[in-house]
Ligand binder design. Structure first.
Ligand SMILES: Cc1cc2nc3c(=O)[nH]c(=O)nc-3n(C[C@H](O)[C@H](O)[C@H](O)COP(=O)(O)O)c2cc1C
Length: 195
């Protein structure tokens, strides 16, 4: 698929087949992530490719427990409110039961941590689309990146003392077969020309 087409047709997928992603495709996706630009060419993103289903299940339970303990205040960001409400109800799988979650951490004291993470995640999502895979940015681990139960668990997977999670991406084959490539009319993202 041509680059511009891959960018323009990327849409979020929130329902996955359990089938894993082929290693050759994952290698391309990780290359796309690691070749992303970074502030000052720092290259301090740290990628955790979680394919182990027991680990994913444990993470899903930890996230649900952490959100269920939070207060559901009316003025919270709507997605966070949804995560808390769904966790209190039970059965909340923050990464949509995708077969793979790539968690992106970076140095917590580095000013471009979130920006570098975003560049890498967008590259991965576009590459996934070009390879016939679905993907979705998953923000819950970032919201919980100062929650000890979650960070302690991530430390057992290799998260370093000075790192925190700034985003993650679910990747897999969409349950519907083909990636969601619905063209969307954008409602915002204003452009101002200064000629
Ligand atoms: C910073 C960021 C955080 C996001 N967090 C989540 C999330 O936690 N869960 C989710 O389902 N989608 C998440 N999304 C996906 C957006 O909801 C989605 O990109 C947006 O609705 C536009 O739809 P599209 O991706 O299909 O074009 C996130 C996207 C971004 C850029």
């Amino acid at each position: 698929m041509e680059a511009i087409e891959a960018i323009l047709t990327r849409r979020s997928t929130r329902d996955y087949k359990p089938d894993g992603v082929e290693q050759e495709k994952l290698d391309v996706i990780l290359d796309a992530a690691r070749q992303a630009p970074s502030g000052g060419n720092n290259q301090t993103n740290h990628f955790f490719v979680i394919r182990n289903q027991t680990v994913l299940r444990e993470l899903i339970e930890l996230v649900e427990t952490a959100f269920a303990q939070m207060e559901l205040a009316e003025d919270l960001y709507s997605s966070l409110k949804h995560s808390i409400a769904a966790s209190k109800k039970g059965g909340y799988a923050f990464c949509y039961n995708a077969p793979m979650l790539i968690v992106v951490a970076n140095r917590k004291d580095y000013g471009n941590n979130m920006a570098d993470c975003a560049c890498a995640i967008e590259n991965m999502m576009v590459a996934a689309n070009a390879l016939g895979l679905g993907s979705c940015w998953i923000n819950q681990l970032k919201w919980l990146n100062e929650t000890p139960q979650v960070t302690d668990y991530l430390s057992t997977l290799g998260l370093k003392e000075d790192e925190r999670v700034y985003g993650s991406v679910a990747i897999g084959y969409p349950a519907s077969g083909l990636p969601n490539r619905k063209l969307m009319k954008q409602k915002g993202n204003e452009v101002t020309f200064i000629d």
